[in-house]
Design a protein around this ligand. Structure first.
Ligand SMILES: Cc1ncc(COP(=O)(O)O)c(C=O)c1O
Length: 374
């Protein structure tokens, strides 16, 4: 006979969710109404050309929707290997590089394992490491906001870190590390070192791929969301030692890259001049944006090697962000990072978008008395 028990209350049920999850916040990017100029997520301002979209649509009609894709999209893996001059077994393709970051957490970290994270950096890393209950060592930046390679190398050595994360150029600063600095941290580490190259296409320092040859602990993470302008397709990939790729394949979800995304990336990779042209236009946009911001009274700009610019003004960042949004321009307030109080980050837009942003900024700055918070 079934016992008549009251169903568990939602509060009781929530107690079963791990504290490491309950303590986190959801990753939500604000999208207020009435935004015409969206410069808050380091996206490319350029959608795919219409002709290419039509070609993709036609190709998509051939896709067998009733069939699973393969565990790894092999044609894309080969194309990315050719693009980077490595072997396909050194590549793991993911549903955005964020998905691969989650796999790092699953594959590498038991609770209490030491992890070194520089500050300020892309917040997803800290979130994943905390979900895995890793023991975090957070390394502050130098006064110029650059990552402190000496301190990072020392922290990796002293804690015997299982994982150290570097991003170059870094989000949200836009600052890049040199190859020597990266190698300094890599050689000091007995564990893995992730080098996130999400913005590599814009970086005059170039890639750190050559470190892979000598250092099997190097994990290079890439995304097609920035220079390739495919944030909507969700594609990222890892370059690593084949044995590491094999182990990561055991931890990750299969079938994460769908057939549409694979075809889209292959079509773009077949057009290297499209990407080169767009990257150089975005670099020109960064130069123009930097110069225009520098010309404004009391605005300080961090020199960017990525596709966005970090800047500070005498006005409080939250009030300024709100005024810009009221004028239809969305940028990101970076004040949540302790080192970046007062800073905003703006993505490189088209010329028209940059002009709309700059006009809205000037008007907003003239309205907000310094020190007024919302
Ligand atoms: C440093 C860094 N890594 C990774 C990503 C996200 O990459 P994906 O879109 O491939 O998940 C971002 C996005 O802003 C980023 O700034």
């Amino acid at each position: 006979m079934a016992v008549d028990a009251a169903p568990p209350s939602i509060d009781d049920l929530l107690q079963h969710i791990r504290p490491a999850v309950r303590e986190r916040s959801e990753y939500i990017v604000d999208m207020p109404e009435g935004i015409d100029v969206k410069l808050n997520q380091n996206e490319s301002p350029f959608d795919l050309p219409e002709g290419l979209k039509q070609e993709l649509l036609d190709a998509h009609t051939q896709v067998e929707m009733n069939r699973y894709p393969s565990e790894q999209p092999e044609a894309l893996r080969q194309a990315l290997a050719d693009y980077d001059g490595v072997d396909p077994d050194q590549i793991l393709v993911g549903n955005g590089s964020n998905e691969i970051t989650y796999t790092f957490g699953l594959a590498f970290l038991d609770p209490g394992d030491p992890v070194v994270l520089p500050r300020p950096m892309f917040s997803l890393y800290e979130k994943v490491m905390r979900l895995q209950e890793a023991a975090l060592t957070s390394v502050p930046p130098r006064d110029d906001l650059q990552f402190d390679a000496d301190a990072l190398a020392e922290a990796a050595r002293a804690t015997d870190a299982v994982l150290t994360i570097l991003t170059t150029p870094n989000n949200p600063t836009g600052l890049a590390m040199t190859l020597d600095e990266l190698e300094q941290v890599v050689t000091a580490s007995s564990g893995f070192v992730v080098i996130d190259e999400a913005y590599v296409e814009f970086n005059p320092e170039g890639t750190a791929i050559e470190l892979l040859e000598q250092h099997p602990n190097v994990l290079i993470l890439r995304t097609l969301s920035k220079g390739f302008g495919l944030a909507g397709a969700r594609l990222g990939y890892l370059l690593a030692h084949p044995a590491v790729v094999t182990e990561l394949m055991k931890a990750r979800l299969p079938f994460m890259v769908d057939r549409f995304a694979e075809q889209t990336a292959l079509a773009v990779l077949r057009r290297p001049s499209l990407i080169e042209d767009r990257v150089s236009r975005i670099q020109a946009s960064i130069t123009a944006l930097t110069e225009a911001l520098q010309a404004l009274d009391a605005v300080e700009v961090v020199p960017s090697q990525a596709n966005f610019v970090l800047f500070t003004t005498p006005a409080p960042a939250d009030a300024l962000q709100d005024r810009l949004a009221d004028r239809g321009v969305l940028v990101r307030n970076m004040g949540g990072y302790p080192e970046l109080e007062g800073y905003l980050r703006v993505s490189a837009g088209t010329e028209a978008e940059n002009n709309a942003f700059l006009a809205a900024l000037e008007m907003s700055l003239s309205e907000i008395p310094a020190g007024t918070s919302t």
